[in-house]
Design a protein around this ligand. Sequence first.
Ligand code: 13P
Length: 252
Amino acid sequence: MRKPVIAGNWKMHKLVAESVATALALRPLVANANHCEVIIAPVFTALKTVADRLEGSNIRIAAQDCAPEAKQGAHTGEVSAEMLRDAGATHVIIGHSERRQFYGETDAFVLRKTQAALQSGLTAIVCVGEMLEQREAGMAESVVRAQLEGGMRELTPSDLDRIIIAYEPVWAIGTGRTATPEQAQEMHAFVRRVLSERFSTAASDALRILYGGSVKPDNAAGLMKQADIDGALVGGASLEAESFANIINYNQ
Ligand code: 13P
């Protein structure tokens, strides 16, 4: 059985005090959520403080990005996966569409970052997803296939144990236009098929695939009912403790 994962990507929101306040408000609301893994991804500057304040809770911490270089060195502005782990992160989001779109990240870059994350003992949440024009041109599957093949090219089947895939159609992010559960399910099944061809059926059957893009308390349960949807990567609705807790507790 794949244990669901519900992760909140706070993107570039919240000062340290606000991050702590949201995290502490969330903590009791999800204390009984044993049916899934709960993750929040604060900004770099709040990561350690939030991790410290959540010690002993069932909430894990993700960073939103990491350097492609695993070793310390002359890389101004970068933060390594090892440093993130040292600060209390267990996971790192890699290749989010905002990084691909606005900061030029390529599949090759995503691969290097994923390798750096795995080398440092972090679980990588690797994001894929097509743009609206690509979907409308009937290219959604080929785009996602290329992202998976390019971004996971040098990985081994055992690496898959510490990888979570997030399918986030770009047209659904921050737009209020969620993919229907059926549309999402179709792509999730496709992702699993591509990875089973590339790795093994056993490895791809065990892999968690999260859906992201306008997940809200009122659509989470419908998405989570789908056979290949193993959780959610939530943006806007994770910024507020109560709405994020309502998504996490979708089963109630
Ligand atoms: P929204 O939930 O705000 O659409 O954002 C999704 C996302 O990009 C999570 O990484």
